[in-house]
Write a protein that binds this ligand. Structure first.
Ligand SMILES: C[S@@+](CC[C@H](N)C(=O)[O-])C[C@H]1O[C@@H](n2cnc3c(N)ncnc32)[C@H](O)[C@@H]1O
Length: 210
């Protein structure tokens, strides 16, 4: 009897450590499920990227409500033209256009672009307020914009900073969400941690960097 109890306990212990007899199937199905989810995620977040150099690829990750709100607080009182570099599903563009800014969302992913355009039509937002264009912002001249919003990735901020300093007018303001420009002095910031956003005046950045 003792022997069999010991056997059961031992057996239970090994089942707890290594899982049940079905574990190879479970592992295989979990792996297949994860691979499927990853496939769907890349299908949704990365199409349109074949011409963007590998180090500059930034997938879709929507800004949260708090991040969006922090960006909007930093835009308060701004007027004129706004470019959102990588507009995703259009949330920053829609929020900024409600302040009266004329916004253009640059988006390379055709699915997100179609979604944003459809949403603009459904909600009755005219293209003069929220326009979505299928353009790679790295290959676009941004000199006509006096407001720029960015939620991209840390690895692209320095290169992007150089492009913006070459092209934007002195009176332009740049708002970076979640990832700051490495050497730029900011005028203001909102929120903290992952939700932080920074506002930069191009004239100040130019004088500070010489
Ligand atoms: C982190 S998401 C931010 C989306 C949106 N701005 C938001 O705050 O929710 C970055 C977006 O930039 C787009 N993107 C990345 N590189 C781009 C490029 N070179 N030209 C246009 N869009 C680009 C991606 O497809 C993705 O939708």
């Amino acid at each position: 009897m003792e022997d069999s109890t010991e056997f059961i306990l031992q057996n239970q212990g090994s089942m707890m450590v290594y899982g049940s007899k079905d574990s190879p199937i479970l592992t295989a199905s979990t792996a297949a499920l994860l691979a499927g989810l990853y496939g769907m995620w890349t299908m949704f977040s990365l199409p349109g990227f074949n011409k963007v150099p590998r180090r500059l690829k930034v997938p879709f990750l929507p800004s949260s409500k708090v991040q969006t709100m922090n960006v909007m607080k930093l835009l308060e009182g701004r007027k004129g033209q706004l470019a959102d570099l990588g507009s995703g599903d259009g949330r920053l563009v829609f929020a900024a256009s409600s302040f009266g800014l004329q916004c253009t969302g640059f988006e390379i992913n055709p699915m997100l672009l179609a979604y944003s355009r459809r949403k603009a039509r459904w909600t009755g937002v005219p293209t003069s307020q929220a326009n979505f264009v299928n353009k790679d912002f790295w290959k676009t001249d941004l000199s006509k914009y006096n407001n720029v919003t960015i939620f991209l990735a840390p690895g692209v901020m320095e290169v992007l900073g150089d492009k913006l300093l070459r092209e934007l007018p002195d009176y332009a303001c740049v708002i970076a969400c979640r990832f700051a420009f490495p050497h730029w002095p900011h005028r203001a910031s909102q929120g903290d941690g992952l939700d932080q956003a920074w506002a930069y005046d191009i004239s100040t950045v130019r004088s500070a960097l010489g």
